[in-house]
Design a protein around this ligand. Structure first.
Ligand code: KG4
Ligand code: ZN
Length: 336
């Protein structure tokens, strides 16, 4: 098996149509087209609009990824594509396109679990990264502390019992009348605020890794409603800053605990919420204090992208895992 294969990655699970080319762990190109400005008008992602947008751009996004990588499609060794989890119609566009490419070129198809893609993003950041390590995964659909044993084996130490961190940012953004997706808007607003609004702690259970975001979101909602009903003013920036601290500090704390408990020296992170500047700073400070090496993917590789799909494709290539052309899209798949 070739050790530095040329892999095309394709991602279309939500509202980003993305394509990237890697050679081994080296990223050659990374293209993305987003329908989020169209979706913002509706306050969330409308699945049918997402599918149509993917269909209209997938061809040109892949073509420009190949062009900027300076690669002809005939040179590719494999096509890696997200087959789940995500919006079915959206996934089908990328998956069908990838199958056509794989069949037409006679190269393997590698179906990628989107969440494993987020976990693999760190491999592109540091060529020397090797398991074992602890990963903080925080996206719009998942929030978990994960122990990676080998390139293809990992264990979920714990995570959210209800809403994902990104989902909580999006819901609180709605409460504060901020646009979708809420994360970047809350982060921007929080810069002008102070952590002064009393909000509940998020920890659940007996000091393990489980936590809950739905109570935090309700506490924000109650705070704002009570102020409004009493005709009192409140500072939205303070609410944003307080929510951001409550939502993210716990993630940093649990990540460090996971690394200590498993005795690993390296920490990585992935998922859209990891694009948050406050979280990145807190993680850096906590890892430095604990003597842990932190590998943080660039911000654009935290939110949805195809480079991470190609990176996970490489891990599957190394393990000899390929997919049949009968592979179907799946709206939800466990972390496996
Ligand atoms: O990983 P991602 O792009 O898509 C999923 O796989 O879910 O994550 C999207 C989520 C959204 O909920 C969005 O609000 C959140 O990531 N997000 C952020 C930031 N940028 C994106 N949350 C907090 N701060 C940010 N800067
Ligand atoms: Zn994602």
């Amino acid at each position: 098996m070739k050790t530095n294969p040329l892999i095309l990655g394709i991602e279309s699970s939500c509202d980003e149509t993305a394509a990237a080319v890697i050679r081994g762990r080296v990223l050659l190109s990374d293209e993305i087209a987003s329908s989020s400005s169209v979706q913002a008008k509706f306050g969330g992602v409308v699945p049918e609009i997402a599918s149509r947008e993917h269909l209209s751009v997938v061809d040109s996004v892949v073509a420009s990824a190949l062009k900027s990588a300076g690669v002809k499609k005939e040179e590719l060794d494999a096509v890696a594509v997200t087959y789940g989890a995500g919006l079915l119609g959206a996934l089908l566009v990328g998956l069908s396109f990838a199958k056509g490419f794989s069949y037409g070129l006679g190269i393997p198809l590698i179906g990628v679990n989107h969440i494993r893609g987020h976990l693999a993003a760190a491999y592109l950041e540091d060529e020397s990264l090797k398991p074992p390590f602890i990963t903080l995964l925080a996206s719009g659909g998942h929030t978990a502390i994960i122990y990676t044993k080998s390139e293809t084996e990992f264990e979920v130490l714990g995570g959210t019992l209800d809403d994902a961190a990104g989902e909580a940012f999006d819901k609180v953004a709605r409460i504060l009348s901020l646009p979708y997706p809420g994360g970047p808007h809350i982060e921007a607003l929080a810069r002008d605020g102070k952590n002064t609004v009393p909000l509940p702690k998020m920890l659940k259970g007996n000091g393990g890794y489980d936590f809950s975001y739905s109570g935090l979101k309700t506490a924000v909602l109650n705070y704002c409603h009570t102020k409004e009903q009493r005709g009192e003013n409140y500072n939205k920036a303070d609410v944003a800053a307080s929510f951001q601290c409550a939502a993210l500090d716990i993630l940093v704390q649990k990540t460090i605990e996971g690394a200590r408990e498993r005795g690993v020296k390296t920490v990585t992170a992935g998922g859209g919420v990891v694009a948050n500047g406050y979280l990145r700073e807190q993680l850096k400070a906590a890892c430095e204090k604990a003597g842990l090496k932190l590998i943080l993917p660039e911000k654009r590789h935290c939110t949805d992208n195809a480079a991470m799909i190609a990176a996970e494709g490489l891990l599957q290539w190394n393990a000899g895992n390929f997919s049949p052309l009968s592979l179907n899209a799946e709206a939800s798949i466990p972390l496996r």
